[in-house]
Structures are given as structure tokens and as C-alpha cells.
Design a protein around this ligand. Structure first.
Ligand code: ZN
Length: 330
């Protein structure tokens, strides 16, 4: 069956990484930027492995130069999400890609993104919240700058702080200052860990960065004591199975640990990460979970309830989205 119209909550989506390739190619043409090398013959993104993926991603980002580019990007991304039944989404936003970390510039970009979010809520019935994101391989200093941007612009729209990028650069503790700053400002916290780094990286991230959610976290599965700790503390995993399969973080759908983690009591959620890069959509993720593990509507209802509970939003928004999940289910 198709799960396209089933209402969904998505917690782990990189705004630039969700950019439809046709949108990026169009911007490149408008601005006379030659990035033809990042596309394959079908017009999709082309890359060889995770490191190359990061390079292609950054090349695509060079076309995003103004707040208005980000306004258009946000609308294009939300249109795609809404067409896959997503009613609530959280996107990672990087001050590094929006004004290079300058706070005034960041405010301008953010205003444009938030404007687009308001328009999308009105016209497409999808709610967006932003998680400001430090890029790990840019180093701790840059992450401090991103966290400061987050702290200064926290509000109805910016509700969280997180860290993405190459997980194998440095240790979580090196980035503790940025997370402390964000926590003190009142932001909710998540961090990519255990996509590549294994159980120790997940464990250090929980200990040193004191996050309530982990991006991916699947590497934790190799340590039963850690799985128990995650379940006990109720730390939510933002699992992105299609992303893991395409980047070879796991051998294939059949060996993906999401079902084992869920059965061990870990609160798991499902997201697409950078959907056009991984040739996926929320609909396809659900279809693959159905095909691989036999998950059905009850499982997905539980999945969405867990995601909504873990969403970085205020209680009014949560209640509103809950209604949208139920109403459309009838
Ligand atoms: Zn991610």
C-alpha cells in the first residue's frame, strides 16, 4: 500500500540537504555558477561516498547566497514534504551557510526562512520549526558561533540546537561549550552521533553534550548496556534508515537495527535526513519499513506519536499537530 497520504512527523531533515536538485540547478543557472559536476545524467545528485557527499552538499550550497534564496528553498522543501504527508517537520539550519556566522546576516536569513514557514503552514498545512546547527568538521570555534546565533534568535521558530557534519572529527566533549551555551539559553538539544562513530561516540555524546535526542544513534546497538541506558533515559533516536542504507552505514534494509532498537524499548523515530541525496521520501521510508519489518499503520501511529512527543515545539503547537495526525487518520 502507499503511505503517501498518511500524516507524518519528521524530526531530522537538513534544509539545504533537502533541496530538490532541479531547484539547485535552477539557482545555479540564474547565478551563472557552474556546478554541473555534482549532478548525474538524470539530474540527481552524484557522489561516491560519505566524504564526497559532504563535498557535493557544500557545492550545492554555494548557489544559496541570499535570504530570498533560502525563502524559496524553504518553500520548495516544504512542498515536497507536504506532498508526502508530513504535517510537522524540524529542519537543521546552519548559520555557516546563511551569512557565514555573522549574527545580523543570520537574522536576515532566518526572517526569510520563517516567513516561508508561515506561508507553508497557511497554504500546505505543514508546520516547520528550526534547529540551529553547528557543523562539526568546521571545528569547535565555528560551532560556538552557531550556538550563539541560536541563543540570540531562540523563539517560536528556533527551538533547538544541534550538531551535524563529519562525526569522526574530534570528540563530543570538544564541542561541549556550544551545547552548554545553547542549553543555558533554553534551547532543546540534539546531536548527530552513532551514524559512523559506534557506541562510544553515542555514549560520550549523551554524557558530554547532555542531549535529549540523538541524530541516527544506530551505532549504539552494539552495546547492550548503552541500549538499556538510552531506553531508560528516554533519549529519542532520529533514525534515517534510507540514508544509512545508501551511505553504507548498514549493509542493507534487512540488517538495519531500527526494529531491534524499538523492540528494546528505545524511542525511535523515522526521518529522511537529506532525501534527494538518498533518493528517498518519507513515503518510501514507510514503505520500506513495511516491506522489511512488516510494520503497519499501528506501528506508524506509534512512531508518529513518539516523534510528536519528542518534537522541539511548544505545547499549543504539539496539540495542534496531534489533531492533524488524528483528523486525517479518520
Ligand atoms: Zn543528518
Amino acid at each position: 500500500m502507499s503511505y503517501q497520504t498518511l500524516p507524518k512527523v519528521e524530526l531530522h531533515l537538513h534544509l539545504e540537504g533537502a533541496a530538490p536538485p532541479t531547484f539547485i540547478a535552477g539557482l545555479a543557472q540564474e547565478k551563472n555558477i557552474d556546478i554541473s559536476g555534482i549532478f548525474d545524467e538524470k539530474g540527481g545528485y552524484a557522489y561516491l561516498d560519505f566524504d564526497h557527499f559532504l563535498k557535493v552538499y557544500e557545492a550545492a550550497c554555494t548557489t544559496l547566497q541570499t535570504p530570498d534564496d533560502f525563502r524559496r528553498l524553504t518553500l520548495a522543501v516544504l512542498e515536497e514534504s507536504a506532498s508526502n504527508g508530513v504535517v510537522y517537520s524540524e529542519a537543521f539550519l546552519s548559520p555557516d551557510f546563511c551569512g557565514g556566522g555573522d549574527l545580523d546576516a543570520w537574522r536576515d536569513y532566518l526572517a526569510a526562512i520563517a516567513d516561508a514557514a508561515v506561508e507553508a503552514e497557511r497554504t500546505m498545512g505543514i508546520t516547520l520549526r528550526g534547529i540551529v546547527t553547528g557543523i562539526r568538521h568546521f571545528g569547535p570555534e565555528k560551532c560556538n558561533v552557531a550556538a550563539r546565533c541560536a541563543a540570540e534568535t531562540m523563539g517560536d521558530f528556533i527551538t533547538g540546537y544541534g550538531m551535524a557534519g563529519n562525526e569522526m572529527v574530534g570528540r563530543p566533549g570538544d564541542y561541549a561549550y556550544s551545547f552548554d551555551m545553547a542549553r543555558e539559553a533554553g534551547l532543546r538539544l540534539t546531536c548527530h552521533a552513532g551514524e559512523w562513530g559506534g557506541a562510544a561516540m553515542v555514549s560520550e555524546t549523551i554524557r558530554d553534550l547532555r542531549v535529549e535526542r540523538i541524530g541516527h544513534g544506530i551505532g549504539g546497538v552494539s552495546d547492550p548496556a548503552l541500549v538499556e541506558e538510552i531506553a531508560e533515559k528516554g533519549i529519542v533516536l532520529e533514525v534515517c534508515p534510507g540514508s544509512n542504507v545508501v551511505l553504507n552505514a548498514v549493509e542493507g534494509w534487512g540488517s538495519h537495527p531500527i526494529a531491534r532498537l524499538r523492540d528494546a524499548g528505545v524511542p525511535v523515530t523515522v526521518s529522511t535526513d537529506d532525501p534527494p541525496f538518498f533518493h528517498t521520501t518519507m513515503t518510501q521510508e514507510y514503505e520500506m519499513l513495511d516491506q522489511t519489518f512488516g510494520w503497519g499503520e499501528n506501528d506508524f501511529a506509534a512512531l508518529n506519536a513518539a516523534a510528536l512527543k519528542a518534537a522541539f515545539c511548544d505545547e499549543d503547537t504539539r496539540a495542534n499537530v496531534a489533531k492533524r495526525l488524528e483528523l486525517t487518520n479518520d
